[in-house]
Design a protein around this ligand. Structure first.
Ligand SMILES: [Mn+2]
Length: 302
């Protein structure tokens, strides 16, 4: 892809008081099926230069200051290494919207723990074909099937403050955990049947809350995102995912987003990386609109 003359992040980089802080966690040591997600931060950054600084509905992102602090290293295994990236992310000003590029989904252990420190009382929208709630999966306690279970423990968040959207592949143990902890699970099937209703159901839970979105690219159907560790059939279209995110979070305050499990070696013409970038830029558009609305609300009160 010829990116001559183009700057990363649609040219939004720079500025001393960033609205958005980007970091990568190039780790895929918890991937049990196919590794490759460690290469995602680099590929996502490269192709970010191809993104226009305008949302799909024509909202200009110019003026949104994006600072990329580079990659954070959890070492060879996330069990021993999640604290280091977490501590760096926790230092990011709570005024900045955090955007983290995984890595496999266990990178969200660092991300979620940092977000709970930056934003006490946080809620999480876990958008994923899999709940990742196993205590033990595929030979370990720190494999990607355990990502959310470990992230809940590491962050100390109440399980009921996590909503899972887009689920369609489960281990029985995960359904037991969801029921025991009164978690909300909105399946891909429910979203496909009634997208607006599903978004409303999630939005009712998230209304008035600070929300971090952890977005596993495998929530998308493999037709839209083939480059991932373990493709799961019967998923969302990118279109459905964007509409769901918009509807589910419109009454809450977005404070962070991480996109995980993009695997460039298994991608096809970079469509998975570009899908991840589309979602990132649309989420930034939501953040910018909310900030502008907040500013005019403040002006109105004066
Ligand atoms: Mn996952």
């Amino acid at each position: 892809m010829n990116l001559d003359g183009l700057r990363p992040w649609g040219g939004l980089g720079g500025g001393s008081r960033p609205d958005v802080v980007v970091a990568g966690i190039p780790y895929d040591g918890s991937a049990v099926y196919r590794k490759g997600a460690a290469l995602a931060p680099q590929r996502i950054r490269q192709l970010s230069a191809a993104m226009p600084p305008v949302t799909e509905e024509g909202h200009r992102l110019a003026g949104l200051q994006v600072e990329d602090i580079g990659d954070l290293d959890p070492g060879d295994d996330i069990e021993g290494g999640w604290m280091d990236p977490m501590q760096r992310l926790a230092q990011v000003s709570p005024d900045s919207f955090l955007t983290v590029l995984g890595g496999d989904h266990c990178t969200a252990i660092s991300t979620m723990a940092a977000q709970v420190r930056r934003h006490p009382g946080l809620s999480v929208l876990w958008v994923d074909a899999h709940p990742d709630l196993c205590d033990f999966s595929r030979g370990g306690h720190w494999t990607c099937g355990c990502a959310l279970r470990r992230a809940i423990e590491a962050s100390g968040i109440e399980p009921a403050r996590v909503i899972i959207a887009g689920g369609r592949d489960y281990d029985p143990e995960e359904l037991d955990f969801i029921a025991a902890n009164r978690m909300v699970l909105v399946s891909s099937a429910e979203i496909a049947r009634d997208l607006a209703g599903a978004a409303r159901r999630i939005g009712d839970r998230l209304a008035g809350e600070k929300v971090h979105v952890s977005f596993d690219i495998d929530v998308l159907d493999p037709a839209f995102a083939p480059g991932t560790e373990i493709p799961s059939a019967a998923g969302l279209s990118t279109r459905q995912a964007l509409e769901l995110l918009r509807g589910a979070t419109e009454r809450s305050r977005l404070v962070g987003f991480d996109v995980v499990e993009v695997s460039p070696p298994f991608d096809n013409g970079d469509i998975t990386t570009l899908a991840a970038l589309k979602v990132i830029f649309e989420v930034w558009g939501l953040v910018k609109s909310a900030r502008e609305a907040g500013v005019s609300e403040l002006r109105g009160k004066r």
